[in-house]
Write a protein of this length. Sequence first.
Length: 301
Amino acid sequence: MGILERKSQTQFLTHHACRTITLNDVVIEWIDILFEDSSGVSYCAPHSHDWYEFNYVVQGTMHTALEDGIMHRMDQGTFVLIPPGFVHSHRYEVSSPHEGLCLRWRMFQRTADADTESKLDAIAIYDKLMRLTIGVTPPKTDEFGIGKYLETLLAQSEAGEQAIFLQMSFVRLLLRLTESLPAAPLAFSPVKPTNRLVRKVDIFLGDLQDRELDVKSLAASLHHSYAHIAREFKRHTGRTIIERMTEIRLYKAEDLLKHTDLSIKEIADRAGFSSAFYFSRVFKSAYGISPTAYRKGCFFD
């Protein structure tokens, strides 16, 4: 039996095992574990939390936008970890609604007194787990056995294991997640205040999907005049808002070329370009190759 067959165990785990876990020098508040079924839902607006959020796609497809505002495709066997404070949003495929697991938790460093300080220093877990805090990376294909850890957790729950054993399995899952992070600096980091406007513009542009840019709506959503927004965006990024919107739509088109068999016209429509001809011209200008040739190259690679 796999994750889907044991999905009902998420409710038992939430009520039976999701508690505060104190382990050596770390305190983990395990909030819940949820089984997600996006049937009938198409979008989750940009938001952030004061907890960690981990999403694992078991079946179907979803898309997640992170601090860059670009929607990243997530298929079966992919996952994403979102630390506290990072803005993100989700889009769901109506034709292939995703099913998966969502785990949420908070972490704190345990305060030591004189009697316990030396013992806490013996096995430092907090510093290892805090690697999950330093940034957010795009969704990953599960090459780390995370799915097996999730299956084990659900199987233990089904077998009636005591809460403490379920909690230790959860901690092992978190430690395994730290090993999935790259050794190099992470792709995104918390946005500096001076770049807050840039981030909000990126989120707005990413949410447009296939709609035209309405400068009045953008100005209203940011409570500034469009002229001010455009000027500040260009000052911080060196690009115009239209150039950034085109870049985001090209990224989306590139993803569709790689992962779908949609026609060039359908991709142009979904990515927000006015016509297949205009899309092909813009794509070739940016990539030096036509969309059709690009897709063939991806196929043969």
